[in-house]
Design a protein around this ligand. Structure first.
Ligand SMILES: *[C@@H]1O[C@H](CO)[C@@H](O)[C@H](O)[C@H]1NC(C)=O
Ligand SMILES: *[C@@H]1O[C@H](CO)[C@@H](O)[C@H](O)[C@H]1NC(C)=O
Ligand SMILES: *[C@@H]1O[C@H](CO)[C@@H](O)[C@H](O)[C@H]1NC(C)=O
Ligand SMILES: *[C@@H]1O[C@H](CO)[C@@H](O)[C@H](O)[C@H]1NC(C)=O
Length: 294
């Protein structure tokens, strides 16, 4: 670690004073530098977002649990899961969350009843690593009495509740409802205008399966107290967990590597430490000849 910092300083220093005496040194450190700074080789930028571990847009980079998940297309970062593609508006590395936007999602000003809206579902293999935040409220719009949500108790709306103070009572005051109309108060059958649920309670927001005509998603941005539904943050807040004891990646980064993986056929993946000109199954300080070492 010490020699790494030192070599970097000398490199910048020698670049400023290009004396003939320094030239051999410059050459030496230029050759060493790709190894020393390869930690940055998996980081990428998409629009104004930085894509960094555990995510990556390049195959072979990042944590294998998030492979084939994010794609940068025309400066838009897209998240692909089984229910569709969602634009990533933000990645919060400190709080380990992603904020997603779905153009088919309703907001306070636009209540969208559309068969193009699918909701939000994840592949079962993703669920240990990626899941909507427990404080994220899914507001399901116009779910049929026959919806599996109500499990034979269509008039009781048992699963509908407020999630972190976000719920339908307030959402139903939104101006967007004016264009689609509200169900008459007191009507005992027909679709329910709105039912708020957390992702955990239903495991998958599949509008086809739930027999709903639309949805919205809101999350709370504590400690701010929003002034009603017009002020809410609309989007899907998804929490991620790169494996907590990622000792492999810590050790890789500490030796100047970038964390990646290799697919070994089928579902098998192996974590790799990308060391610039070579890959290690441990870290960049280990022998370059794993056959003789392992
Ligand atoms: C990124 O750009 C979008 C507009 O395209 C803007 O709304 C957002 O605040 C920007 N994010 C950051 C972190 O600068
Ligand atoms: C190292 O691994 C990455 C990711 O799997 C791969 O793209 C790259 O070609 C490998 N490099 C070498 C030198 O084998
Ligand atoms: C949603 O449910 C329908 C009907 O059960 C099913 O055909 C479809 O594959 C599901 N979609 C997703 C994204 O899981
Ligand atoms: C949600 O909170 C509102 C007050 O903001 C309350 O009137 C309503 O009964 C609550 N709804 C549910 C389903 O708990």
């Amino acid at each position: 670690m010490k020699s790494y910092t030192k070599s970097k300083c000398i490199f910048f220093h020698s670049k400023l004073h290009i004396s003939p005496k320094m030239r051999p040194l410059t050459l030496l450190y230029t050759l060493l530098l790709p190894v020393a700074t390869s930690a940055a080789s998996c980081r990428s930028y998409c629009g104004n977002l930085t894509v960094d571990y555990p995510f990556a847009t390049r195959p072979g980079c990042g944590h294998p649990a998030y492979r084939n998940l994010l794609f940068c297309i025309n400066d838009f970062l897209l998240l692909h899961v089984v229910s569709g593609s969602y634009r990533v508006l933000n990645i919060d590395y400190a709080y380990k969350s992603l904020t997603l936007h779905d153009p088919h999602m309703s907001t306070c000003h636009d209540i969208l009843l559309s068969s193009a809206a699918t909701g939000f579902s994840l592949e079962p293999s993703r669920s240990p690593f990626l899941s909507p935040d427990p404080n994220n409220a899914f507001l399901l719009i116009r779910c049929s009495d026959e919806s599996p949500l109500f499990q034979g108790f269509p008039r009781q709306h048992l699963p509908c509740r407020n999630i972190s103070g976000l719920g339908c009572e307030e959402f139903l005051t939104c101006p967007g409802w004016a264009s689609v109309g509200r169900r008459r108060v007191g009507l005992k059958s027909g679709p329910m205008d709105c039912c708020a649920v957390s992702f955990e309670s239903i495991k998958s927001v599949n509008l086809t399966k739930l027999k709903c005509e639309g949805y919205s998603s809101v999350y709370s941005v504590a400690p701010l107290k929003p002034n009603g539904p017009d002020d809410w943050a609309y989007g899907i807040r998804v929490a991620y967990s790169s494996e907590q004891d990622d000792a492999f990646c810590k050790s890789c980064v500490a030796t100047g590597g970038a964390c990646g993986y290799a697919e070994r056929g089928g579902d098998a993946v192996e974590e790799l430490c990308l060391c610039g000109s070579w890959n290690s199954t441990t870290n960049c300080d280990s022998s370059k000849f794993p056959n003789t070492n392992n």
